[in-house]
Design a protein around this ligand. Structure first.
Ligand code: TYD
Ligand code: ZN
Length: 404
């Protein structure tokens, strides 16, 4: 049965069911009552009216994004550099801009504005992440960004010249409230820049682990055009980004305020040519996902039966989907290594593998390391070179199962 689209209320046709899944960023402590863990059915579909690919069921947003949300943007040196460069570029376009960031996390992006004494405000529901941002000199309002909050921000601070958001607006089923808020907040010639996973990259790489509770919407140029139009906004530029396995930086503006760059029409045409929204491509993605799971499980079970010691690297939100969908527990994967203090000493969601700091990893401590943080592979493998040099091997499952 079709559910209603979060963007346009049109019918959403399901094409892949990943089964019962926990919240991907809810790491229980070893002493917690694990029978109380929250589960929901993780499945994706595509709207037949606006073509937005989306989850068909979403846990309550406040359950996912709250005071102690553990993810920190600054956990990756590559991402710190990415956002610093992005901020410098965007802020250089105007004199004395007022910038608002939706989902400011620990303030990596807005830290650049703060360091230059530029007017800015981050809006984010996580107070813990917000405290890290404040330590960077960033001004934060601990809240979800909604139309109401946006109107209050405008009344208090004036119109925004730049609204920026990375990996946040695709996480919220209240997308229309967010976009109406952006339209209300943005100055007549202001721009709204957002970066999120690209549907095309997810499908091409069979990156099925991008499907998690927090990734509610999978953007394409085509679906974003319709989504923005509902709020009186227009897509004026797109740029492909190599980060996080393939994203797009979308730039929007008030309808009619500026002409679109040729990149928009080019991407729309490309999506048409490859049939990005066609049932055939979605069905083949679903089939490839099932095969990927079987291949990975067979490889890991085989290695384990030969006595190999297997750990995983990166307690990513994405890995909750992989571990729960493939049934990877502590018997197969003895630990997950992660630098995030708020995750260490805890257990992975649903599968209860202990999360340990990088000190627990290294030459001779494991035979195989399953690369859960494949989107940060270069950075991690450079840091952990000694593991490979001592004969340790890395196991990947995106874009295919392979051992290196
Ligand atoms: P990420 O892939 O950025 O996002 P998501 O959680 O949404 O899938 O998560 C990266 C995780 O990997 C994060 O918990 C930090 C961890 N990490 C390390 O442990 N070491 C590293 O060198 C890097 C870059 C990340
Ligand atoms: Zn729709």
């Amino acid at each position: 049965m079709a559910t209603a689209c979060f963007v346009c209320t049109g019918p959403v046709d399901e094409f892949l069911d990943l089964g019962q899944q926990p919240l991907s960023d809810a790491f229980p402590a070893p002493g917690d009552d694990l029978s109380q863990e929250y589960f929901f059915r993780l499945a994706v579909g595509r709207c037949a009216a606006c073509w937005m690919t989306q989850l068909v069921e979403v846990p309550p947003t406040e359950r996912m994004f709250h005071q102690s949300y553990p993810y920190r943007t600054s956990g990756s040196a590559v991402m710190r550099e990415h956002f610093a460069r992005t901020a410098e570029r965007l802020l250089a376009r105007r004199r004395d801009p007022f910038t608002v960031e939706i989902g400011s996390n620990d303030g990596v992006f807005l830290g650049v504005a703060a360091a230059r004494g530029l007017r800015h405000l981050g809006v984010d529901p996580s107070g813990d992440a917000g405290a890290d941002a404040v330590a960077r000199g960033v001004r934060v309002r601990v809240d979800f960004f909604t139309e109401e909050v946006a109107r209050e921000v405008r009344t208090e601070h004036g119109p925004a010249d730049l609204v920026f958001s990375a990996n946040t607006i695709s996480h919220d089923p209240e997308i229309n409230s967010i976009l109406r808020g952006v339209a209300a907040l943005l100055a007549p010639d202001g721009e709204f820049v957002f970066e999120d996973p690209y549907l095309g990259a997810v499908l091409t790489n069979t990156a099925f682990d991008q499907i998690i509770d927090e990734h509610v919407l999978f953007f394409s140029a085509r679906s974003v055009v319709t989504m923005l139009a509902q709020a009186g906004l227009e897509l004026v530029d797109v740029e492909r980004l190599p980060v996080h396995g393939g994203q797009i930086r979308f730039t929007a503006a008030h309808r009619g305020s500026r002409s679109a760059a040729p990149s928009v029409a080019a991407l729309l045409a490309e999506e048409q040519v490859i049939g990005l929204h066609d049932t055939a491509l979605l069905a083949s993605f679903a089939a490839r996902t099932e095969r990927r799971r079987d291949d990975l499980v067979a490889l890991l079970r085989g290695l384990r039966s030969e006595g190999a010691r297997i750990v995983a690297y990166g307690a990513t939100a994405k890995s909750a989907t992989v571990a729960n969908y493939c049934g990877l527990g502590p018997d197969l994967v003895s630990a997950v290594i992660d630098t995030t203090p708020a995750k260490q000493g805890r257990l992975t969601p649903g599968t209860h593998i202990p999360v340990e700091p990088p000190e627990a990893f290294g030459p001779g401590k494991a035979d195989y390391a399953l690369m859960f943080a494949w989107n940060h592979a270069e950075e991690i493998m450079a840091k952990e070179r000694a593991f490979s040099e001592a004969g340790g091997r890395w196991v990947f499952y995106v874009p295919e199962v392979r051992v290196v």
